[in-house]
Design a protein around this ligand. Sequence first.
Ligand SMILES: [Zn+2]
Length: 70
Amino acid sequence: MNQIPIKTACRSCQGGGYVQSEETFVLAGRTHHRFVRCASCEGSGKELCWIELEELVMMVRAIAAETQTE
Ligand SMILES: [Zn+2]
């Protein structure tokens, strides 16, 4: 079974690397939520995902088919 790692956008922070915390602070008379570094991806915004080679081939074919019809 061939498995290869691919990088996807982190599900916890949607690839932003930071997540909004419950903690707030006041700046210029407005309350803002403090952002903290995403614990899942440690701020990189990327998540490593292992998939099978056959699965990747199917995905690439699907993407290629979509691109052609556009
Ligand atoms: Zn993240």
